[in-house]
Design a protein around this ligand. Sequence first.
Ligand code: CA
Length: 576
Amino acid sequence: MQTSAATTRLGIATTLGLLLAACATPPSPPAAPAQLSAATGASLRQCEALAGQFRHAQTVIDSAAPAPAGALQLAGQPVAAHCLVKGRMQPRKGSDGRDYAIGFEMRLPQTWNGRFYYQGNGGLDGSVRPAEGALGGGPLTGALVQGFAVISSDAGHTGAQTPYFGLEPQARLDYGYQAVAQLTPMAKALIASAYGKAPDRSYIGGCSNGGRHAMVAASRLGAEYDGYLIGAPGYRLPNAALAQLWGAQRWAPLATPGATVKHPLNPNANIPDLASALSPAERQTVARAILGRCDALDGLSDGQVQATQACQAAFDVVRDVPTCSGARDGSCLTPAQKSTLAQVQAGGKTASGRTIYSAFPHDIGIAGANWATWKFVNAVALDPLSVGTVFTAPPAAPVNFASADIDALLPAISATTETYRESGLSLMSPPGHEQPDNLLPLRARGAKMVLYHGVSDAIFSAEDTRQWLERVNRSQGGRASDFARYFPVPGMNHCSGGPATDQFDLLTPLVKWVEQGVPPQAVTASARGAGNAGGTNPELPADWSASRTRPLCAYPTVAHYNGSGPIESASSFTCR
Ligand SMILES: [Ca+2]
């Protein structure tokens, strides 16, 4: 009897222990997402008539005309016949006296696949780029040629080269998120007029600021889109821009005194030649040192580091890069260069110790020209403009990178005023990105998110994207991969380029996931060597095949060589 009572007490204690343990663990995973049905196609019913007949609030259609097959080319191939509609939403006189509107074009295929694609554009927007929905670096395909009805927009202002729209309160809100919110229902209604039915499935995608638009839409417009293709999302763009100024301040003392280069936007102006602080040969030296530590971690020494996350622990700038014993000759770094590179890659902090943005991964794409353009040219010529006039409240003149007070500017991106009622961070970032619980309805509905990011992106950090996914995973009981998958692109710079296989189509796998329930795990990416129709990548190492392929692997899996098989082919690798 005593044994039995003891057993019962033990049972109660065990139950209590389990209950206590249960209380201490994160919430249980959400229920499995619903499965959305597949889109069905239709044929275009009308084109020119849309100009006179389509009615939508605050919308002006300026033209609607057929674009015959071949009027637009993608990767040297004619795009099929479609209808090109141009228009504007919310035309208005801005508080600065200038004329504003949300300009757009839509391209409606004659033979439609039943889907809508919102093409998010890059940079500061400001121009209506052709609505072709081009995919991946040096694209071979795009949403339009795949049969989507595609919209492209200037996000509410014109003149991509001048960020002064940021002084106009509504224009900066349109740029941040309100243009997408206005255009989305209009575009769906226009599609319904053109084809006799609304889109069955809707997608939004882009890279850089376009990836940001898609990521913001997931938080703000989660019921409007079924699939989100999010490339190099500058989802904390104000922080990233500020970190650029901080980094430029670190590099400046190492640059050749007095040396200048042409301003990228103004041929009559010069800027300091910060690139002399870390020359192309020195960046190659760093890349070689990274290869030395990390190339074989994926099972094959092939000039690519697939195990990018493991490489962060394996590589140390100060230890692994040769130190100059004499003058700089490209084959080594001085101790000051090493410590600056280590500091910049680790991520900036203000003088008072506040984190400005994010760490950046060590990766061989540091050898890429685009890496240097962002760190040494755009950090001096572009980011001071956007920080000064778009991301801070109240906005002011462009800041000077050298004298910018980072400690004062960091709170200014979170500040509001009577006129600027939303902060730069609020208008640019996905609400709730710190704790992405607000994605639960999107997930439950069956919508999917596919993210990708060049591991050597020098402006928006792949580490910041990885951290976002980890937060989603934590907030959803470890089940983020049910609806959100992230594909790091080793070696790739900002959206394309660098020593990388940077040509890929992640939209097709996203559609398959949304509409057929097949989650993407390994997606083939190609190098763009000689003869590539999407445009060649001049930074492809000479010892790679011109058409090398590798699988992009859903994080946290990594492409490992199988131990046999042709080394230029993705088929010899497995994501694990
Ligand atoms: Ca390798």
